[in-house]
Design a protein around this ligand. Sequence first.
Ligand SMILES: *[C@@H]1O[C@H](CO)[C@@H](O)[C@H](O)[C@H]1NC(C)=O
Ligand SMILES: *[C@@H]1O[C@H](CO)[C@@H](O)[C@H](O)[C@H]1NC(C)=O
Ligand SMILES: *[C@@H]1O[C@H](CO)[C@@H](O)[C@H](O)[C@H]1NC(C)=O
Ligand SMILES: *[C@@H]1O[C@H](CO)[C@@H](O)[C@H](O)[C@H]1NC(C)=O
Ligand SMILES: [Zn+2]
Length: 438
Amino acid sequence: MTFLRKPRSRTAAFLPLSLLFLKILQPGHSHLYSNRYAGDKVIRLIPSTEEEANALKKMCHQLKVDLWQPSSIFHVSKGAVTDVHIPKNGSQVLLAFLQEANIQYKILIEDLQKTLEKASSLRTQRNRRYLSGYNYEVYHSLEEIQNWMHHLNKTHSGLIHVFSIGKSYEGRSLFVLKLGRRSRTYKRAVWIDCGIHAREWIGPAFCQWFVKEALLTYRSDPIMRKMLNHLYFYIMPVFNVDGYHFSWTSDRFWRKTRSRNSRFRCRGVDANRNWKVKWCDEGASMHPCDDTYCGPFPESEPEVKAVATFLRKHRKHIRAYLSFHAYAQMLLYPYSYKYATIPNFSCVESAAYKAVNALRSVYGVQYRYGPASSTLYVSSGSSMDWAYKNGIPYTFAFELRDTGHFGFLLPEMLIKPTCTETMLAVKNITIHLLKECP
Ligand SMILES: *[C@@H]1O[C@H](CO)[C@@H](O)[C@H](O)[C@H]1NC(C)=O
Ligand SMILES: *[C@@H]1O[C@H](CO)[C@@H](O)[C@H](O)[C@H]1NC(C)=O
Ligand SMILES: *[C@@H]1O[C@H](CO)[C@@H](O)[C@H](O)[C@H]1NC(C)=O
Ligand SMILES: *[C@@H]1O[C@H](CO)[C@@H](O)[C@H](O)[C@H]1NC(C)=O
Ligand SMILES: [Zn+2]
């Protein structure tokens, strides 16, 4: 169960190095997450007609597959694809159906348990190479991230102030890190949240990276200095704290919050469908067992309510809302819930265009960008639309790397390149909103 950075045992420190290596390379008989993904597959579905898409939709509903992003919910028109995580007992049925119906598909992950264990055995080796200092190139548990925030609050009080905006369903504090040079004069602000969806671990890693870069380059980089002198950044590294914790301890692919439902045994609400903007309409589900469940009412989730309350209170000076998700390699802006052009479209569009160009300039990684509805899919009740509707003029959602090769299991080796390129995009958007546009 535990594959964190903790030493395996006290005696491990005294074992000969070679033995230690063997121990690390062969995780032995204990399986992560109780071996629950043994034999599960991740399959990319590529329907080419409406009939095929509809048949797949029905099939996937019956088999209760777990939809992975980038999920077009089977819109064929854009040539989009859908990745699904299918349990072992359903994969035979699905594969037989795909072959019978002659629908195109590709198996992305043959055995999810094996892939997961391989990824985490690599993690164990990497972690051991960094015993001193803070390692930003590994995924951190919730406890580690919260300790890190408290540490920075103590050691960097000139630029950082950490506070709580409320409590999660399970009673955990919802910490926000305020970053920027303190000033008596009026300052505009940028809100950044990561980890609305629990399994998207690259999100919190990016939030931490952003803070690290800010502290490291504040003195040497004129752009960063300008950002921190002229703006406050409110950064919430883990929005969905309960879900994130659960994704470490029990189900790596958990997405929702962890709230209970009075009538169903299924737990959790999609924290990105729970906002009061066209709530529970297209692209959201009313069924508590679905991954896009909108909740019993808007802001039913304490995490959503806490952030909405904070944003409402500070909306006058918050100029931008940035939300980090994975995976799809996209930079999205409103609307999510309808096909329509936002007012001041050209300002937002040009910010996005420049940001994806800046991102691509580092390693050549391509991001698609555009309104969420037409670029990804229609979804109602999202935080981005809500922030926009509540007067924040620049609202974006990033879907970070990759496009499905590793999916949610993006290796730690890719944290650094992913965050480095994303950093450039965020700086670009920030400078853009300081300089141009309203
Ligand atoms: C697979 O197993 C789960 C629980 O073990 C069950 O709920 C589900 O109906 C099964 N699916 C199929 C297609 O047999
Ligand atoms: C952060 O530090 C300040 C003092 O500088 C303290 O008042 C505050 O309670 C700290 N935040 C948290 C969450 O502990
Ligand atoms: C933003 O990106 C554009 C290219 O897309 C570049 O010309 C510009 O210099 C960048 N600005 C900043 C502040 O990084
Ligand atoms: C659009 O821009 C104008 C100024 O150019 C500004 O007054 C207005 O508030 C902006 N609207 C939105 C929705 O951002
Ligand atoms: Zn997400």
